[in-house]
Design a protein around this ligand. Sequence first.
Ligand code: ATP
Length: 306
Amino acid sequence: MNSAGAPVIEVCGLTKRYPGVLAVDDVDLSVHAGQIYALLGLNGAGKTTLIRILLGMIAPTGGSARVLGAAVSAGQRSAWARTGYLVEAPAAYPELTVRENLHLYARLRRLQHPGQHVEDIIERLALTAYAARRARTLSMGNLQRLVLAKALIHSPDLLILDEPVNGLDPAGVVEIRALLTGLAREHGTTVLISSHLLAEVARLNGRIAILHQGRLLAEHDATSLDQHRHRHLHVCTRDDATAGRVLRDHGYHPEPGLLLADARALARPEEVAAILIEAGVPLTELRPVEEDLEAYFLRIVGADHA
Ligand code: ATP
């Protein structure tokens, strides 16, 4: 058992080098009990590699990691009994039904009363209508649900999910979000999730780590993310050239598109309006614009020209 207050996942200087690629580059992070922690990154950022190291599937080149109080090393599976995971493409026994697949996993997990666990998880993951269907006939989204059910069947303390909402329709994405936030809030389950779906990660309301080219570039909770987001006042007029000149004359610094990031413009937009009206420049709109997570992410990873 990990002692009270100790991180559920603790990663120090973790590095994984493949020939010609630094997949994980000196990453430090901690995930605490009951937290939802999202690894956010573009394709190839290193998310899956980091998760595979945490699950003991591959060995790091350097650094260390502890999961549920135990040091992680390749092939060392002591934390697995209390961990549920979904990594790699969703897979199930194609000729078995959903219910039969779950019975098999319940037995592999050596659960007492496996039938009860199976029926509970079928209901929680909205698989009731598909319980008697062979896995090979499931849609991608329902197969993903089945694999999630498998990860959750033993009520793990820690859930590690690599891109869990891939293949789900919008209703499925909402369901999984509710499931994860409910697990964290009501059962104290710790959730580590990787995703490239920025809006989805923002809605999980957990901690967000931005991973790019193997490096952890930034780490935020909802409050600190808010503080780092760029904000502008978007000034819309019928004569932008004159409006820009007038605003510069009054000490503002309009950016292309008549965006004002000056603190006093953001704090007192009515003054901007008054100045422009005074100068006879027709104002059609004055709108605060807040950088969303997607724009923030692209700026941080230096891809905002894309
Ligand atoms: P995706 O969202 O596409 O799954 P990811 O963030 O999970 O991306 P990884 O799969 O961890 O990224 O890959 C990180 C880098 O390591 C990539 O450049 C990838 O090509 C490389 N890589 C991953 N596994 C191997 C391997 N077994 N051998 C060589 N290079 C690898």
